[in-house]
Design a protein around this ligand. Structure first.
Ligand SMILES: CCCCCCCCCCCCC/C=C/[C@@H](O)[C@H](COP(=O)(O)O)NC(C)=O
Ligand SMILES: Nc1ncnc2c1ncn2[C@@H]1O[C@H](COP(=O)(O)OP(=O)(O)O)[C@@H](O)[C@H]1O
Ligand SMILES: [Ca+2]
Length: 513
């Protein structure tokens, strides 16, 4: 085998220093050598050449992955076959790689490029990696979700969604919902211990915000995501369940936002979908100018078992030890209590106030608009969410707060911003509290949208709405609980930045040698 290697490296046109772990090889293919190549230079003297090509992951800047290839050749047919066989067998041993995938494409997400992106950039890579696919192009909202309750999901190694955060949310609801249904778990019980979903989801970004993809891969790029699926990456993810009055509303993995982000979404109706991703900038600006604040009460239980804090300087990265610790704790807990959920006796903290925004995030929510996200130190799989409370402040201060999402300054370093790491919380708006405590008080209702005390101020008597991963919720009073690592993605978290740019741009095949 060595013979082939030395021979190849010496005769390689660009003798770059290569190193590729088997786990990052995409495919190995035998190759025919064409006459033209055979007849040039010193190759002319050789009788017949045998060759194979290795396709592998090449890291580019900003967490981008690309498919690169290198061809090895030699005169000895047996030697060449031995190499191809050995490599193919090594690939077969990579048990975490998917062989069969179910793909849902939202043709209307983002810039409406989902179908083209899949066909031109992703399908050829899946073919190369010998992954077979069943593709469904959705015809209406909830098509993917409903379909997941009907098909035999257990024959697939994963489900891929081509679209934005909304499309991902649909597929996640389908999969988690289906798992609970098949296990006889009642989703309407806010205290139920949910069954983990082991069928991984892959996200091919083709939406507007693509925050879940960006926060779990480090970039929103279809080819990079396709390669993470092919190599069989696995990233567990916390999921929050949202209930109202013992009725299940939704699950959330990225942002659950009331006030500012809820209002953006409300304004951002489906009628504005023609604007594409731009509609968020437009609605964001309008919502910023309206500067509404909302009164309400939040009660939360702090996440005491997690090992980090929202003000940490370090972020969650590939192989994060804080998430690993949570995984261990979860395994121990399941061993001790079975599926029964351990009821925390910890105290509830209660905060009343007037808020411009209430954001609960299960992950950083980094996206192209805000590369560090709403909570830069939030963890993907630590079993907790970061609850961010932005109290009533001036428009100027709120702008300063927003701008800090886009630069290196600490967005929590304001007197009107508080952040807590929580495992569950409840919210009730003042309006619903008042209505509940005194339903006969029709006077309040008659004043509708205006603030009775200060007609000229921005205080809103109407409620805001919750933005749950890009979908609105019908109820403002909600009960939220984080389920540690309820599902898994084809991702590995954001990799530490390559310090040595040169080493990063050079890829390698040396381990093979
Ligand atoms: C001066 C300007 C400052 C701008 C600061 C902007 C911070 C932006 C942080 C955005 C975090 C978004 C979290 C993700 C939410 C998605 O689930 C949701 C739905 O995304 P989708 O339409 O499905 O791609 N998008 C939005 C904007 O609500
Ligand atoms: N074929 C379809 N027609 C209309 N809506 C759809 C279709 N397929 C999916 N959807 C819905 O479109 C919503 C937004 O899709 P998404 O892919 O997240 O794009 P965007 O990021 O632009 O919002 C999702 O909530 C999903 O339920
Ligand atoms: Ca988390």
């Amino acid at each position: 085998m060595k013979e082939l290697v030395l021979f190849t490296v010496k005769s390689c046109v660009h003798t770059e220093n290569c190193f590729v772990p088997i786990s990052e090889i995409i495919a190995v293919e035998e190759r025919e050598f064409n006459k033209k190549q055979r007849n040039i230079g010193r190759w002319q003297k050789m009788a017949k050449l045998h060759a194979f090509t290795v396709y592998y992951v090449k890291r580019a800047r900003n967490h981008r992955w690309r498919c690169s290839d290198v061809t090895f050749w030699c005169v000895d047919e047996h030697l060449c076959n031995q190499w191809t066989q050995a490599l193919k067998e090594s690939l077969e041993m990579q048990k975490s790689r998917p062989k069969q995938l179910l793909v849902y494409i939202n043709p209307y997400g983002g810039k409406r490029q989902g179908k083209r992106i899949y066909e031109q950039k992703v399908a050829p890579l899946f073919n190369l990696a010998s992954i077979s696919t069943d593709v469904v192009i959705t015809e209406h909202a909830n098509h993917a979700k409903d379909n997941l309750f009907e098909v035999n999901i257990y024959k697939y190694d994963g489900v891929v969604c081509v679209g934005g955060d909304g499309m991902f949310s649909e597929v996640m609801h389908g999969l988690i919902g289906r798992m609970q249904k098949d296990s006889g778990i009642d989703q309407n019980n806010p205290k139920a211990s949910l069954v983990q979903c082991n069928i991984r989801i892959g996200i091919i970004p083709a939406g507007s915000t693509d925050c879940i993809c960006y926060s779990t891969v480090g970039i929103s790029d279809p080819v990079t995501s396709a390669l993470h699926i092919i190599v069989g990456d696995c990233q567990p993810l916390d999921v929050s369940s949202v209930h109202h009055n013992n009725t299940f509303l939704k699950y959330s993995v990225s942002l659950l936002g009331y006030g500012f982000y809820g209002d953006i979404l409300k304004d951002n109706s489906e009628k504005k979908r023609w604007m594409g991703p731009m509609r968020y900038d437009y609605s964001g600006f309008k919502t910023f100018l309206s500067h509404h604040y909302y009164e309400g009460t939040i009660a939360y239980q702090p996440a005491k078992r997690t090992h980090g804090s929202p003000r940490d300087k370090e972020s969650c990265r590939t192989g994060c030890y804080i998430c690993k610790k949570s995984e261990k704790q979860l395994a121990e807990q399941t061993k001790e209590h079975g599926l029964k959920h351990e009821e925390g006796e910890e105290e509830w903290k209660v905060i009343k106030g007037k808020f411009l925004a209430i954001n609960a995030v299960n992950m950083s929510c980094a996206c192209p608009r805000s590369p560090k996200g709403l909570s830069p130190a939030a963890h993907l799989a630590d079993g907790s969410a970061d609850l961010i409370l932005v109290r009533k402040c001036s428009r100027f201060d709120f702008l300063r707060y927003l701008v800090r999402h886009t630069n290196q300054d600490d967005q929590f370093d304001f007197p009107f911003v508080d952040v807590y790491r929580v495992k569950c919380f409840q919210f009730t708006s003042k309006l619903s509290e008042d209505n509940e405590s005194n339903v006969m008080d029709i006077g309040k209702k008659r004043f509708g949208q205006f603030c009775r005390d200060h007609p000229a101020c921005c205080c809103n008597i109407v409620n805001s709405t919750w933005n749950c991963d890009g979908e609105t919720l019908d109820s403002s009073a909600i009960e939220v609980r984080v389920h540690c690592q309820l599902m898994k993605l084809f991702a590995r978290g954001i990799e530490e930045n390559c310090k040595d740019e040169a080493a990063c741009s050079q890829s390698s095949i040396e381990q093979l040698l």
